[in-house]
Design a binder for this molecule. Structure first.
Ligand SMILES: Cc1ncc(COP(=O)(O)O)c(C=O)c1O
Length: 439
């Protein structure tokens, strides 16, 4: 691999490299892996701040107020919640636990937005008691639950609309088409708006759409925004609510692999906000509502690096290698779930000459337990540390304990300091929920 071919744009801003060493914030990554043990995840604060700045830059193309709301499903922990809350972001939560972590991490309740396609009564009650900024109603069943509640103060609702659009992404990440479990089709959304207007304790103030994730082509997201604004006009004309919040969701793509499109994030966000502004001006013409951008992946993915230690290496007769590392589909299920592609770097030779293709697999009892289907790597030896970039989103949040694997430790690199965010799971953690009398 020539220096010019090191896919710099996939790595955190604080990564630097020489021919024989990979550094994160001045620390040798191979040594970090040995010292702190692997599997290990390190997030880079500067890279998260860079992504936030790209979103803020994009929001300048929206004439009204803008808000960045982090989709906590990408990964949430108390320290990350605090990090983001201090930067003035909002938080999209889906479960009682995400809601509790957000609040405890320091988010003001009114910056929390509660999503999900099957919210329980308990979650709705918890959200109302906490005084969240908005509950995003996904369907009429949920609206029925809300209608039957008796809150002391009016409850602010947004509607999640299903625009019947197919996002150009993996089928498991499409959420805005006919037949998707998410969101209300237009006629249902109009009915919901009418019912909310008739309720003494519910207020409709916003519309939301999210057509999927890992989308590089803005056209379908732009279409979904147009449909949302058309609906806003209908609802306001009927007198069923004043739309003060408009959200095109998240979903902007981020490259994981050198072959993926590498469109600067500020360009995607600027184009999206400019389109939304133009559409609002053309279709509505009134004062601009708050535009809420709801990124998960594009805000956090690049900041995360996963480190693994190499164990068994199998050499195949066709020259290929199967390189087994100490983590797999337990901490990163994305390759098995929807064929996600990654690249990797040998921490002691990031620019070393590749000796051929390798498949990076985990230690678990599944043939689908792999991290990378094919990657060119130098001569790798047992004990080496491999680093996989773009590991910040939808990995740890989907991590599991298959085969009794323990969830990795997580650190934050913040301008030269390594701050622990989550300790490694222990065997005792795994047994903690078991109801068992040893006698
Ligand atoms: C409602 C909603 N908003 C935002 C997101 C974040 O999407 P992404 O991580 O692709 O930005 C998701 C993810 O699925 C979502 O369901």
């Amino acid at each position: 691999m020539l220096p010019s071919q090191f896919p710099r744009h996939l790595w955190p801003l604080s990564i630097h490299f020489s021919r024989q060493r990979l550094f994160l914030g001045g620390r040798d990554v191979a040594e970090l892996g040995r010292e702190l043990k692997t599997p290990l995840y390190i997030y880079d604060a500067a890279t998260i701040d860079h992504a936030i700045a790209a979103y803020r830059r994009g929001l300048r193309a929206w004439p009204g107020r803008g808000l960045i709301t982090y989709a906590s499903k990408a990964w949430l922990s108390l320290p990350l919640a605090r990090f983001l809350a201090r930067r003035g972001l909002g938080l999209d939560v889906v479960s009682p636990a995400e809601l509790a972590i957000g609040l405890r991490g320091g988010f003001d309740a009114d910056l929390l937005h509660v999503h999900g396609n099957n919210k329980s009564f308990a979650l709705l009650q918890q959200a109302i008691d906490a005084g969240v900024g908005a509950i995003v109603v996904d369907n009429l069943h949920e609206l029925g639950l809300l209608e039957r509640m008796t809150p002391v103060a009016p409850v602010t609702l947004w509607l999640r609309v299903n625009p019947d659009l197919l996002a150009p992404t993996h089928v498991y990440r499409q959420t805005g088409h006919h037949g998707s479990k998410f969101g209300m089709p237009r006629e249902e959304a109009l009915l919901a708006a009418r019912r909310i207007a008739a309720s003494p304790h519910l207020r409709l103030t916003g519309l939301h759409v999210h057509i999927g994730s890992q989308i590089f082509d803005l056209a379908p997201i732009a279409d979904s925004v147009d449909r949302l604004i058309e609906l806003a006009v209908r609802i306001e004309k009927a007198g069923w609510g004043k739309i003060k919040a408009l959200s095109p969701g998240g979903g902007l793509g981020f490259p994981y692999h050198p072959d993926d499109p590498a469109i600067p994030l500020h360009k995607l966000t600027t184009d999206l906000c400019a389109h939304a502004a133009d559409s609002w001006r053309r279709q509505h013409g009134g004062p601009y509502p708050t535009l809420i951008l709801e990124p998960g992946r594009s805000l956090i993915a690049r900041s995360g690096v996963a480190l693994y230690t190499v164990g068994a290496i199998r050499r195949l007769s066709d020259g290929g290698r199967i390189i087994a590392v100490d983590g797999g589909m337990n901490d990163n299920i994305r390759p098995a779930l929807y064929g996600a592609r990654y690249t990797a770097s040998l921490a002691r030779a990031p620019l070393g000459d590749a000796v051929g293709p390798a498949r990076i697999v985990g230690p678990l009892c599944e043939s689908g337990d792999f991290l990378i289907e094919v990657v060119d790597l130098p001569d790798v030896k047992s004990g080496d540390v491999l680093a996989i970039p773009v590991s910040g989103a939808y990995q740890l949040s989907m991590a599991n304990n298959y085969n009794g694997m323990l969830r990795p430790a997580v650190f934050l690199h913040d301008h030269g300091r390594l701050i622990p965010m989550q300790r490694r799971e222990t065997i005792d953690d795994l047994m903690r929920r078991d109801i068992f009398d040893a006698n």
